[in-house]
Write a protein of this length. Sequence first.
Length: 166
Amino acid sequence: MTKKKDTSLNDMNGFFEYLQGESPRAAVVIAGAFLDEQLRQLILASFSKNRSVALDLVGSENNFDRPLSSFGSRINLAFCLGIINKIIYEDLHTIRKIRNKYAHQLHNYSWDEPEIVNWCKILNHSKMIVNINPNIAKSHNELFILAVVQISTWLGLELESKKNIK
């Protein structure tokens, strides 16, 4: 029996190991789901009153048909409330577009597709790191993973800081 990998927010290393062992399509979909869940938890941690009302808005694994249950609506809400800055906002929307492209395309998904290439090139977090060390990411999927790593680390740290305050 194989042991199920822990991809919870408490096991970032496990998540990244898991992500690297997946196909490109699976890695993109899983990365998007992971960031979406981090954002959901960060939004919930930001609401100081009535957790049940907040859960009714943002949804959960068992209740996903809510007004703020989509990745895009959570990104927009987090930005409007000042939870995330404009750079993270833009990168999350770019990651969302890449995720949607992979998730809804039945065949021939590739990192070399022009639209995917362009989206990976505009990821701000990747550009910042590559400007410092051009050898750190040489392919489009590496640019994507680099941005996911940077953003999920920031979201995870922000979530932990909110938990420690309460």
